[in-house]
Design a protein around this ligand. Sequence first.
Ligand code: NAD
Ligand code: UDP
Length: 349
Amino acid sequence: MNVTAHVNQARSENEASSGQTGALRVLVTGGAGFVGSHLCRRLLAEGHVVLCLDNLLSGQMSNIHDLAAHDRFSFSRHDVIDPISVEGPLDRIYNLACPASPPIYQRDPIHTFQTCITGATNVLTLARQKGARVLQASTSEVYGDPMISPQSETYWGNVNTFGPRACYDEGKRGAETLCHDFHAQHGVDVRIPRIFNTYGPNMSPEDGRVISNFVVQALNDLDVTVMGDGTQTRSFCYIDDLVDGLLHFMEHPRPHPTPVNFGRPEEYTVLEIAQKVLELTRSKSKIRFIDLPVDDPRQRKPDISVAQSLLGWVPHTSLEHGLNRTVRYFQATNDRSDARLETTQARML
Ligand code: NAD
Ligand code: UDP
């Protein structure tokens, strides 16, 4: 796929409108995914030119379908493990390309690791060439199975380098290191959000993460699959709050090359989430306990005091409100995914 051709087109469109706005040329890798598609939409709404790059491994064209007609939007199918070339100026790069769902990132762990490491190297090299600022999506997974709670940025984590999650956890840790070193060695302006569990519309019904799984199962009266005894905890942030945080962090006027947590500190057990989803959907589904995956972290709760003091960022959306919006989204897409669902459920049980 010729990335350059698409990007050139967007450039000339930008040049045509340049001079009248503070429009930036922004590359979003992983832009067809859950977080990326919301971010592309917000960047367009703010008047920027958006170059969306994705290999469609876990993303969906339906997430960005409505953006295709926009004259400041272009899409390129491209894998970040291959060098990325963009002609013309580039102001910002949001590097989101990487599957975030454990069953998806574990399918081809070598490719996941390469996506994190080679992908970040390619993005940072491009940023260095262009003088662009980079936001590298990191994750609470860098804390592994944490020994302290809540997790603050000063905690170094407890990660198994050999487990099934290592391709992602260690890949993201390595990507943070690359950001640190490109900043220290070449002066690249990097922003490193450590994103905690985020949910909302545009997750794929086949994604495999807990909220999308529970909602899709409940809406179809299928067993809700609680892994282990359901006492492990997570803290869930609604997508709109996260996107606000990412945009603020990227546009913060002073360099901040060390990682910052983004998440909603309210902590729930997985069983509580299952019960909430069942209540909201008024589902006839039953809870079914299945095996806990290897190395599944026991707890997750972000300390967000750095994001709060640096950016004034706090998430505002309650779990109930966010879940309601997510349920409405999956209700609307449910018919289309009915057939695929049976297969997914059969694979999991
Ligand atoms: P997602 O799987 O919905 O989106 C990832 C996107 O990246 C997909 O569109 C996918 O096709 C694309 N992609 C994957 N590998 C690629 C590659 N090698 N080259 C090009 N494109 C590739 O996941 P998401 O939830 O939107 O996550 C986005 C980013 O945020 C990821 O980097 C993830 O690690 C990070 N993150 C997300 C969460 C969360 O809860 N959503 C939590 C922590 C970190
Ligand atoms: N989980 C679950 N049922 C599912 C999917 C996930 O009980 O169908 C559990 C999983 O074991 C983990 C938590 O929910 O303890 C969050 O899982 P997810 O894959 O969403 O995110 P991560 O483990 O990466 O935080």
